[in-house]
Design a protein around this ligand. Structure first.
Ligand code: UDP
Length: 229
């Protein structure tokens, strides 16, 4: 069942129900977007019609936040409970290890996705990690790598002795958004977890869904940091 909260569609699913939906999406092989909707994003969507439209175009929207669950109840259309990004990610990883679904971890600071993947594989030895990539790439406006002669990368590291670029390595070859999209596409994952923070991650997925060609992509906020410890 779907409910409507402040113009946004929310699916009345619990964690197990969300996992089953994802399994069905993967079975189709076509791209799908899953959003765990928190109150901050729902609030922001009231001022940003494009964000609201993006939420309503997603294939599965879960209530991520007690405020959303509460509001749904008050509206007379209760949802079974919270389904957070990290809970859904962990449940999907566990299922992925059993089903042989390939997972890709995109986002967080350099090294974090790799460490998160390592820990997940330690816990689930059968887990196939199709790839990892940090989340501090250059924006798409700059075009494909090498194509935009003369443009300066948004995150050129090493400009300041204090390295104010959020922990980027001293490496001028910071990939562009296009490079990253191509990297994910060629890794052919079944599940893509994107940790860029909300709503950046949701916008990234919506923008590249078709080219990425990944059956299920979802934003997971700070989950990689939590898993990597
Ligand atoms: N992040 C990233 N690229 C960016 C901005 C953020 O990879 O350009 C990562 C950041 O390192 C962190 C995550 O995105 O791992 C955001 O976590 P946060 O808890 O702030 O997200 P929220 O849960 O609030 O959506």
């Amino acid at each position: 069942m779907q409910i409507n909260l402040l113009g946004a569609r929310v699916d009345a699913v619990d964690l197990a129900g969300a996992v089953e939906k994802v399994a069905a999406f993967i079975a189709t092989g076509r791209p799908h977007q899953v959003i765990t909707l928190n109150p901050e994003i729902l609030y922001r969507a009231q001022q940003e019609p494009e964000l609201l439209a993006l939420i309503n175009q997603a294939d599965l929207v879960t209530a991520d936040g007690i405020g959303i669950v509460w509001a749904a109840g008050v509206a007379g259309t209760p949802v079974p409970g919270r389904v957070t990004g990290i809970d859904l990610m962990l449940a999907l990883v566990e299922r992925a290890a059993r089903e042989g679904w390939r997972v890709f971890l995109l986002g967080a600071a350099p090294g974090v996705a790799e460490e998160a993947a390592r820990r997940l594989q330690e816990k689930h030895p059968g887990l196939v990690v199709a790839g990892t990539q940090h989340g501090y790439f250059r924006p798409a406006e700059e075009g494909p790598a090498g194509g935009a002669v003369g443009t300066s990368p948004a995150h050129t590291p090493g400009n300041s002795p204090n390295n104010s670029t959020g922990g980027l390595p001293e490496n001028p070859k910071v990939p562009t958004e296009w490079d990253v999209v191509q990297q994910v596409r060629s890794a052919k994952p079944d599940l893509l977890f994107v940790a860029l923070g909300a709503p950046k991650q949701e916008k990234f997925i919506a923008r590249h869904k078709e080219v990425l060609g990944v059956p299920v992509a979802m934003g997971v906020g700070g989950s990689f940091d939590v898993i990597a410890g």
